[in-house]
Design a protein around this ligand. Structure first.
Ligand SMILES: O=P(O)(O)O[C@H]1[C@H](O)[C@@H](O)[C@H](O)[C@@H](O)[C@@H]1O
Ligand SMILES: [Mg+2]
Length: 284
């Protein structure tokens, strides 16, 4: 049977490469940083320009009105962040803008993916453009890094696991206290180590390749994780909510792990704090 999404998948990979080249080039000049929801929620002209390039390339290829778009920088400017039944591209033009602005050798990512309906992800692409690694996954067809199949770790022992988390962009003391309390409790399980690359996309690809056992975060957005969700799943991993319930892309809460045993052990230690949903109606 013909695969209706293969063309879009292949095109997503090509657009990711094109956008990655733009980001690398932009990194050679001075990077001026602006802020969004808080003083640590950063954006640059490159984030905005690359998102426009991606969306116009997709519209040119598939037609002006064929698909919907949820883009990090468009949402920051007031565009809606709602999934419908219409195929929707979820785009984070630069994931890890804080790493990008240092111009040092941290990774930052370009990601996009296609969602068909709530929680029904067709494919995901994450291009780690500094190290030139292309991660991708297509529903039911496996996950790959540079065309080599990738697989999550087979570790079942939490005491020998490496766990990733990030701190998000909300610095209110009560939330930061919960984040650090959770990290302390997880470290003391004990686990082999705690890590954080500064980009959710990279973190999820690290789970997918088996470099670490799990990545969790409260406060991330759908564009930070959408592509990673299918990459982790297709690499054999699982996604859960931080309370152990089913994963919800718009909830801004996620645990991704190599298996349920590791995910549920971490979940026991997570101190949950409230965050608004990505698809919450805009405040008047
Ligand atoms: O905003 P970008 O750089 O696209 O995404 C990052 C978030 O800002 C940060 O809060 C989060 O911790 C990180 O995981 C994410 O990738
Ligand atoms: Mg971004």
């Amino acid at each position: 049977m013909e695969d209706p999404w293969q063309k879009a998948y292949d095109f997503a990979v090509a657009v990711a490469r094109k956008a990655g080249a733009e980001i690398r080039k932009a990194g050679e000049s001075e990077i001026r940083v602006m802020t969004k929801s808080s003083t640590v929620d950063l954006v640059t002209k490159t984030d905005e320009r690359v998102e426009k390039i991606i969306i116009s390339s997709l519209k040119e290829e598939f037609g002006e009105d064929a698909h919907c778009f949820i883009g990090e920088e468009s949402v920051a400017k007031g565009e809606p962040c709602v999934l419908s039944d219409k195929p929707t591209w979820i785009i984070d033009p630069v994931d890890g803008t804080t790493n990008f602005k240092t111009k040092k050798n941290f990774s930052f990512e370009l990601l996009k993916d296609d969602l068909f309906k709530l929680s029904f992800v067709e494919f995901g692409v994450v291009y780690s453009c500094l190290e030139d690694k292309m991660y991708k996954a297509r529903k039911g067809k496996g996950a790959f890094c540079d065309d080599e199949p990738i697989q999550v770790s087979d570790m079942k022992d939490i005491n020998k696991s490496i766990i990733i988390s990030e701190h998000g962009t909300d610095r209110s003391p009560e939330k930061v206290t919960k984040i650090f309390s959770t990290m302390q409790k997880i470290l003391c399980i004990p686990v082999h180590g705690l890590r954080g690359s500064g980009t959710a996309a990279t973190n999820m690809c690290l789970v997918a390749t088996g470099a670490v056992e799990a990545f969790f975060e409260i406060g991330i957005h759908c564009w930070d994780i959408a592509a990673g969700v299918i990459i982790v799943k297709e690499a054999g991993g699982i996604l859960l909510d931080v309370d152990g319930g089913p994963f919800d892309l718009m909830s801004r809460r996620m645990v991704s792990a190599n298996n349920e045993l590791i995910a549920k052990r971490i979940i026991k230690e997570i101190e949950i704090f409230p965050v608004g949903r990505d698809d919450a109606p805009a405040e008047k």
